[in-house]
Design a protein around this ligand. Sequence first.
Ligand SMILES: NC(=O)c1ccc[n+]([C@@H]2O[C@H](COP(=O)([O-])OP(=O)(O)OC[C@H]3O[C@@H](n4cnc5c(N)ncnc54)[C@H](OP(=O)(O)O)[C@@H]3O)[C@@H](O)[C@H]2O)c1
Length: 330
Amino acid sequence: MSQIVLTAVGDLTGNARLEKDPDLTVGAEDALVRMEVSPINPVDYLFSNGYYALQPTIPAVLGSEGVGRVIEVGSAADRSLAGKRVVVLSPYEQGVWGDTVVVPTRNIVVVPEDVDAQQLSMAVVNPVTAHLMLTKYVGLEPGDWVGQTLGNSAVARSVIALAKIAGLRTLSLVRSEKAAEEARAAGGDIVLVDGDDLGDRIVAALGGDKLRLVLDGAGGGVPGTLATALEFGGTVVSYSSPTGEPPAVPLGNLVFSELAVRGFWLTNWVRSAPRAEIEKVVGDLVDLVARGVLAVPVDSTYPLDRYEEAFARNASPDRAGKVLFTFPHA
Ligand SMILES: NC(=O)c1ccc[n+]([C@@H]2O[C@H](COP(=O)([O-])OP(=O)(O)OC[C@H]3O[C@@H](n4cnc5c(N)ncnc54)[C@H](OP(=O)(O)O)[C@@H]3O)[C@@H](O)[C@H]2O)c1
């Protein structure tokens, strides 16, 4: 048995180590889960650096989501979970980079056997985020435009796929022509590369239409430019910022167009939504994963003991897709 644990707050590289024979005490309402696959996500860096809403208690087990199988349940837990294949919800209420990990049963959802484990390991954090951001804030109708930053990210790919199903149109911003090709291949309706005259190019691409919703994971001036194309009373939803800067919505647009700026954090929904709603949302998204409608490219896979190589690959500029940990019993 081994797990990757954080030994001090700081970057994953240099502050993570493989721990053999970890404590796997199963609490009354916990499940012991034998992991199949788990991705490396941006939140893993936020958590290790102490920038996340949940702070590490050292040593902290790392890993934010994944798929595995319940091999034991606690004394007060639902016995029918034993043996079931599950995905893990709610980053850093537990860590999952271990061949076997302890997870509160409230943070697992049973999933089908016949779905690809790699895609299933990425079925929660980004797809659920995309689904909720598209449905919680604005009553969107077919034909409406949704703008977004980080247009080639896993979140954005889910936004594009779910928007298509709902008959919505997407305008996605990216940082390079390579990323633009990825976003177009994922089905983005309009994909623009950040740069000179971005505001004019957005207006021209929309051809007189307005955005109804902007989803921002980038922060800073780029979502602000996107926000200038919002309709009166339109909404910006901020869900992350690699630089720490909030979305800089120009004051004139904010005030005169009476825009709304909202924040989104997945964990708030996991903690507050009725169990039936969580199972329905995750179940519907897993179904789309099973049908190949939601899919994220996989760059590479690593066993847990090659975690340093996995982190290096994840930081590589030519990475194309997610880096995943796979577990030997998978
Ligand atoms: N609020 C929530 O509950 C929630 C839930 C899920 C995800 N998130 C956040 O959503 C973001 C995307 O996650 P993901 O898994 O989809 O990521 P991902 O697939 O790994 O993609 C990362 C994206 O970030 C861009 N990027 C990296 N560094 C950047 C920088 N300094 N400035 C601007 N863009 C930068 C990348 O662009 P290039 O390809 O051009 O480098 C790429 O588009 C993360 O920040 C994550 O923490 C938040």
